[in-house]
Design a protein around this ligand. Sequence first.
Ligand code: FNR
Ligand code: LAC
Length: 375
Amino acid sequence: MDFVNLLEYETAAKEKLSASALSQSVYDYYAGGAADEITLKDNRRSYDRIQLKPRVLVDVSRRSLATSVLDQQIALPVLIAPMAFQALAHSDGELATARAANAAGTIMIASTLATTAMEDIAKVFDNDLAKESGRGMWFQLYAYKDRELTRGLVERAVAAGSSALVLTVDAPVQGKRDRDMRNNFQLPAHVQIKNLLGKGGSATFPDGETGSGLAAYINNEFDSSFTWKDIEWLCSLTELPVVIKGVMCAEDALLAKEHGVAAVVVSNHGGRQLDTAPATIDVLTEIVDAADDKMEVYIDGGIRRGTDVLKALAYGAKAVLLGRPVLWGLAVDGERGVKNVLDILRNELDITMGLCGCTSIEGINSSVLASRFMV
Ligand code: FNR
Ligand code: LAC
């Protein structure tokens, strides 16, 4: 029998990846967070603490999970978070994830650090249904020190048909990840950062480093001097809506709004950057208030159950991004595993809506929260 929840996928993936020291280091890279992993754990704990309010005798015989992000129709309010190096989980890598996202009627955010070129991922969404819905791949950008390289990535994303640009802003330096340091985390020779291959950038980690090869890569390549002023430059490069991923306070949400950003993702990078940063759900309200309906607000970090999705929407998120469970599905069973992960979450959200008296995503608000949690 297939797994019945997302936690079982993690257990199975962990078992599978424990087969060798090399794959164990992949598991640690995927599962781990920064330093003591306090934020990583808090992302989950905070959802567990919030209580929902069951409602009875409401006609919930017809429920719809469909919604939109940036005017793109999606079948459920769950997008796939950008995650690097998916070929480490399965030989089909990002293509399997993209196919599963497309089959589920949602969007995959493809990482700059993907092990498949963005053009190949985008092709998966080149079909009538996705086009009619206006949805496609979104490209996640890391700003490189080499400005022309960064510009080139944006231009390629536009040409490939990306339907939004997601700039990740919470990694000017790499968080301290003890597991990766201990494991000397490296990419095997056949796994490369395909978006960078032959484009003048570095498609592999630097040679001869001990500790985390990824930390060395990021610290060599990413532009830690990038500021709000450069957001104006970025917006001038493209008509695509720009989304900023990694906003964790009202002050930065207000700046994002001033700079014409279309949406923000409330994210602490899955607890992988600044340890002891708050859980994302605990700062969502202040950011939704700051956005003041001028920007869409999404959230990620610790979403593992349909109840988590409903809680995030109740606090004002337009949609959520799903991270690690996608990698667990991919590691266990490729495209089928990712599709099943999305189907499980969809089914759990559907049940939760029925039990909270909700029939549409747009109808979800803080009244579904037990009274002491209402905002
Ligand atoms: C990430 N994340 C990430 N974010 C990003 O903007 N670009 C990237 O390349 C990556 N790479 C990446 C790799 C791995 C292995 C993980 C686990 C995460 C962060 C990701 O988009 C998201 O913010 C978190 O994973 C969400 O938290 P959960 O759902 O994993 O708890
Ligand atoms: C990570 C980087 C690649 O979290 O975003 O591993």
